[in-house]
Design a protein around this ligand. Structure first.
Ligand code: AP5
Length: 215
């Protein structure tokens, strides 16, 4: 099962990916998580990416495509994967198609959420600094001691979840990532879901779309 989750910042890509990845035992491959880990580890990639991420811009296509080429060659990708936050530009999408050849992406799920909802979600999101588990002060509050129940890591607010940076991320999304909708529509791979629906409804809709691929 080879899927892409597409959508604006805060559309719920990470949250919904966890559901399907657990169900089908496939990895969630999030370029955002990979870059945040590189920043945390003080790696060269992290040093290059830190300021760009804090401003809400995009890391260069060459770096990201190279990172994904390495990641998709890992053995845990053999049964499939969900790409969360990649591709994010037309160049990345073309790079992915070239990388995968005939075993291409089967389905692209686009989570559509109004901008007002996104702003409210992201400014109230909290994230585990170790394992990336996602919480929300309104819809899914973290424990009061801000210690992650899964890994014991510290639960924090991401540096790029301030209102000013979220607004810039939304602008960048419209300019660079939204054109991917047409790209995958032309390939007949696009399905659009309402990302502001209740979680159980989103799960049901994803199940209906994805089940035929698992047969
Ligand atoms: P990345 O980490 O990929 O951030 P993003 O795409 O902006 O997406 P988010 O993680 O913010 O949101 P999400 O859609 O996963 O929403 P979530 O599930 O958390 O990228 C960060 C940065 O890294 C980029 O800005 C860029 O600089 C760089 N980068 C990454 N990939 C790159 C690439 N390919 N190329 C170049 N640069 C790249 O949900 C949000 C909140 O809503 C949560 O609190 C959740 O609990 C809540 N929620 C979700 N669904 C629901 C629901 N149905 N009802 C109620 N609440 C919900």
């Amino acid at each position: 099962m080879r899927l892409i989750f597409l959508g604006a910042p805060g559309a719920g890509k990470g949250t919904q990916a966890v559901y399907l990845c657990e169900k089908y035992a496939i990895p969630q491959i999030s370029t955002g998580d990979m870059l945040r880990k590189a920043v945390q580890d003080g790696a060269e990639l992290g040093r290059q990416a830190k300021a760009i991420m804090e401003s809400g811009g995009l890391v260069s296509d060459d770096i990201i495509i190279g990172l994904m080429r390495e990641r998709l060659a890992q053995p845990d990708c053999g049964r499939g994967y969900i790409l969360d936050g990649f591709p994010r530009t037309l160049a990345q999408a073309a790079g992915l198609d070239a990388m995968l050849g005939k075993d291409g992406i089967q389905l692209v799920l686009l989570f559509d959420v109004p901008e007002k909802v996104i702003l409210a979600r992201l400014t109230s999101r909290r994230t585990c600094s170790q394992c990336g588990k996602i919480f929300n002060m309104i819809s899914n509050p973290p424990p009061a001691d801000l210690v992650c129940p899964d890994c014991g890591g510290r639960i924090i607010q991401r540096d790029d979840d301030t209102e000013a940076t979220v607004l810039n991320r939304l602008r960048v999304y419209e300019e660079k990532t939204a054109p991917l909708k047409g790209y995958y529509e032309k390939q007949n791979k696009l399905a659009i879901l309402r990302g502001d629906a209740p979680l159980d409804q989103i799960h049901r809709e994803m199940d209906d779309l994805v089940a035929p691929l698992a047969r």
